[in-house]
Design a protein around this ligand. Structure first.
Ligand SMILES: Nc1ncnc2c1ncn2[C@@H]1O[C@H](COP(=O)(O)OP(=O)(O)O)[C@@H](O)[C@H]1O
Ligand SMILES: N[C@@H](CC(=O)OP(=O)(O)O)C(=O)O
Length: 448
């Protein structure tokens, strides 16, 4: 049975500066059911850390990056006096950061260590902001409970180990304190720091909620919920008050950056509701994502994911032959390449691969192409965007604005419909995709 606890996560924009942090602290103060607070690095910090670990910088540039990160923390600290325990922890952490950042070469583990500092700094500072409002607050190092494998930069959580550690170490603190901890980071079985991938703090919050049996996770960001499309792209986009787990997972997977794609997994496993709202305007409400929703049928949102690759494999041998697809997928799997969409004809198969900076797969390297090329003709197309229409029971035909008519206006490279009841997706040229999304939104979602 789930407890009455709420886990609240505050993203980079919500903890960008002192004013933003203070707003978040007030949200927590107003809701006594919030017992765990998961913070991200202040906006811009992880980007600096990523530049640092990319190892393209010389010593002077590294110093500059360290300075930029410390400046962001310093600007917030200028409004606060840290309690002794927090000050001591912050100083030690800052020292470790500066030392590691000066190394001219870093291994994968050290890269994750560097990437972890943004969230670690935020948790010291935010704890003080909360204490200054009179909230009994304990800072907690999430690496003690969020256990992962050693796949640095994209670690996979160990759900059972996390649950065990959380019930031993975290749950006992919750009756008397609000616990402030870090998103995005964890530790492997050797105690080495790992990270969950860019945007992973949402996922951390959901994993912690699962581990402590929380009743809900509140994701506080800079928009008043999940919108019918990215509100930055379309000023007529509207927040969606309710989404099912399936619809929200599809939106996140197909590019709605507001939620990390894996966030819904732990929530749906344990029936934990997820709320998405704006820390700048909490009174405006937001989106509730729940197991049971009386979802209306039809399209509810349109999303896009840029930097997709289309791989077309053609061979007359495929005709009436068995095992051809198995051969292709075995090769791709040997190179750790995960396939997104698949369509086939008599003699060819087209696959899409996610090449976004956040994607798990390695570069589509020549050795893999050579292996495929040994038994079929291979074509690779880049600079494509996957556009997805998300909803329930999406129909291609019917109604005034039938999808077939709307889609016929665009130069579509591949279309996938039917594998999921919740989406219809297709590829378009990347430089046209914003227009495509705006046009679909206008024709199919702004009419009502
Ligand atoms: N469908 C959508 N609904 C709401 N926001 C979206 C959507 N698609 C993309 N976004 C973008 O997601 C951003 C919030 O995500 P992110 O920048 O990761 O926030 P945070 O720093 O709080 O984690 C919004 O500013 C918005 O531009
Ligand atoms: N700081 C990490 C983790 C994260 O989730 O951040 P945010 O909540 O700001 O998206 C990143 O930028 O990737």
């Amino acid at each position: 049975m789930n407890s009455q606890y709420v886990v609240a996560k505050f993203g980079g924009t919500s903890v960008a500066d002192f004013t933003a942090m203070h707003r978040c602290a007030q949200i927590i103060n107003d809701d006594p059911s919030v017992r765990v607070v998961v913070v991200s690095a202040s906006a811009g910090v992880t980007n600096h850390l990523v530049t640092l670990v990319q190892q393209k910088s010389n010593e002077a540039q590294r110093l500059e990056l360290v300075e930029s990160v410390m400046q962001i923390q310093g600007n917030i600290l200028a409004h606060l006096t840290l309690d002794e325990d927090l000050q001591e922890g912050f100083n030690t952490t800052a020292e470790q950061f500066k030392q590691l950042a000066q190394l001219p070469a870093l291994d994968q583990q050290q890269c994750d260590e560097i990437l972890s500092f943004g969230e670690r700094f935020s948790s010291y500072i935010f704890s003080q902001v909360l204490r200054d409002l009179g909230v009994s607050t304990q800072r907690f190092d999430v690496r003690e409970v969020l256990k992962t494998d050693s796949n640095f930069s994209k670690a996979t959580p160990d759900v059972a180990a996390t649950e065990k550690a959380a019930s031993d170490l975290l749950v006992p603190l919750l009756d008397d304190n609000v616990v402030v901890t870090q998103g995005f980071i964890g530790s492997d079985k050797y105690g080495q720091t790992t990270t969950l991938g860019r945007g992973g703090s949402d996922y951390s919050a959901a994993l912690i909620a699962e581990a402590i049996g929380a009743k809900s996770v509140h994701i506080w960001t800079d928009v008043v919920g999940i919108f019918s499309t990215d509100p930055r792209l379309c000023n007529k986009a509207k927040p969606i008050p309710r989404l099912s787990f399936d619809e929200a997972a599809e939106m996140a997977t197909f590019g709605a950056k507001v939620l990390h794609p894996a966030t819904i997994l732990p929530a749906s496993r344990k029936g934990i509701s997820v709320f998405v709202g704006s820390s700048k305007a909490p009174e405006q409400g937001g989106t509730w994502i729940e197991k049971e929703t009386t979802s209306q049928s039809g399209i509810r949102a349109v999303t896009q994911r840029k930097n997709q690759i289309l791989l077309t494999l053609k061979s007359p041998e495929m005709l009436l032959a068995s095992g051809f697809l198995a051969k292709i997928f075995t090769i791709l799997s040997n190179y750790n390449i995960s396939v997104d969409l698949v369509t086939t004809s008599e003699i060819s198969v087209a696959l899409t691969l996610d090449n976004a900076p956040n994607a798990t797969r390695p570069e589509l390297d020549q050795a893999c192409l050579d292996e495929l090329g040994a038994f079929c003709h291979v074509t690779v197309e880049n600079n494509l965007t996957l556009v997805a229409m998300i909803g329930s029971e999406i129909q291609l035909q019917g109604g005034e604005d039938c999808l077939v008519d709307v889609l016929s206006e665009f130069d579509i490279r591949l279309i996938c419909h039917g594998a999921s009841r919740h989406n219809l997706c297709f590829l378009v040229e990347q430089n046209k995709s914003d227009l495509v999304v705006q046009s679909i939104h206008q024709k199919l979602l702004e009419a009502a």
